[in-house]
Design a protein around this ligand. Structure first.
Ligand code: NDP
Length: 249
C-alpha cells in the first residue's frame, strides 16, 4: 500500500525533483502534485510525462499563492483529501556571526524555512484531516495522512561542533525553529492522526549542497523516498536521518 496523493514543494530542482522522480516510480501513488515558483521555467519537471503528475505554481513566502494552491489541490484530490504534504522548499542565505549585522538576511532564512513552512502546513490541515478521516485505520501512517518536513542536521543544537559553523548560523536557526514547530504540531494534531516527521536528507549535491557534497541526488532521494513510504506510529514527531536513525534536537 502507498499514499494516495503526495504534494511536494520546491519540486523543480534538487531534492524536491529527486523525490518526485522516486515517487513517480511507485505505481500505487495515484496523484503527485509538484509545486514550484514558476512552472513555465521548470524544464526538467515539465519533461516528466505522467498522467498522475500535476504541476502547480507556489511561492511559499506568499499567502495568496498558498491559498490559490489550496483551491487547485482541493479540486484535484476531492473528497479523498491530501494524503501527504512534503515540505521540501528551502533556502540557505549565508550568515556569519562575525560578519556584517544584517537583519533582513537573517529574517529571510527564518521566514522561508520556518514561518512559510508552518503557514502552508496550517493552510493544508483541512485536506490532511479529510484524508486521515477517510483512510481511517489505527494510529499514524504515511498512507493515512502525513506532513513530512525536509529539515537539516544543522537544526540540531546538540550536533553543533564547529563543522560548517560560520556561514550557517541563520540557516541553523531557521531549521531549529522549523523542528520546534513540527514537534509542537505533532502533539497538537495527534488527535487527528496526522503523522508528522522531520528529515535530514544528508549532504546532497544540489545547488544548495554544492558539488563537494557526499551524496548524488538520485542515491539520496532513493533512500529517503523509500523510507518515507514506510513511516508509521514509531516515527510520529521524530527528527530522522534518511535511514530512519534519530537525530538529537
Ligand atoms: P536547492 O537550492 O537545490 O532547491 C531549493 C528548492 O526550494 C528549489 O526548488 C527552490 O525554488 C525552492 N524554493 C526556495 N524558496 C522558495 C519559495 N519561497 N517558494 C517556493 N519554492 C522555494 O536545495 P536542495 O534541493 O538542496 O534543498 C531542498 C531541501 O533540503 C531544503 O529544505 C534544504 O534546506 C534541505 N537540505 C538540503 C541539504 C543538501 O545537502 N542539499 C542538506 C540538508 C537539508 P526555485 O528554483 O524557484 O528557487
Amino acid at each position: 500500500m502507498s499514499p494516495k496523493s503526495i504534494l511536494i514543494t520546491g519540486a523543480n530542482r534538487g531534492i524536491g525533483l529527486g523525490l518526485l522522480k522516486q515517487f513517480l516510480k511507485v505505481q500505487d501513488i495515484q496523484i503527485l502534485i509538484a509545486t514550484c515558483r514558476d512552472p513555465s521555467k521548470a524544464e526538467e519537471l515539465n519533461s516528466l510525462k505522467d498522467s498522475r503528475l500535476h504541476i502547480l505554481p507556489l511561492n511559499i513566502d506568499c499567502d495568496e499563492s498558498i491559498s490559490k494552491l489550496y483551491t487547485e489541490v482541493e479540486k484535484i484530490v476531492g473528497e479523498d483529501g491530501l494524503t501527504v504534504l512534503l515540505n521540501n522548499a528551502g533556502i540557505l542565505l549565508p550568515y556569519d556571526v562575525e560578519g556584517k549585522k544584517d537583519r533582513r538576511t537573517m529574517l529571510k532564512n527564518i521566514e522561508t524555512n520556518a514561518v512559510s513552512t508552518a503557514i502552508i502546513t496550517q493552510e493544508f490541515l483541512p485536506l490532511l484531516k479529510k484524508a486521515a478521516e477517510k483512510n481511517g485505520g489505527e494510529g499514524f501512517s504515511i498512507n493515512r495522512s502525513a506532513i513530512i518536513n525536509i529539515s537539516s542536521t544543522a537544526a540540531s543544537v546538540e550536533k553543533i561542533d564547529g563543522t560548517f559553523n560560520g556561514p550557517l548560523v541563520a540557516y541553523r536557526m531557521s531549521k531549529s525553529a522549523l523542528n520546534s514547530f513540527a514537534k509542537s504540531a505533532s502533539i497538537d494534531l495527534a488527535k487527528y492522526h496526522i503523522l508528522i516527521t522531520s528529515f535530514c536528507p544528508g549532504w546532497v549535491k544540489t545547488d544548495m549542497g554544492g558539488e563537494n557534497a557526499l551524496f548524488e541526488i538520485s542515491d539520496a532521494t532513493k533512500t529517503l523516498a523509500g523510507n518515507i513510504l514506510t513511516l508509521g506510529d514509531a516515527h510520529h514527531g521524530a527528527f530522522l536521518n534518511s535511514d530512519l536513525t534519530v537525530i538529537p534536537n
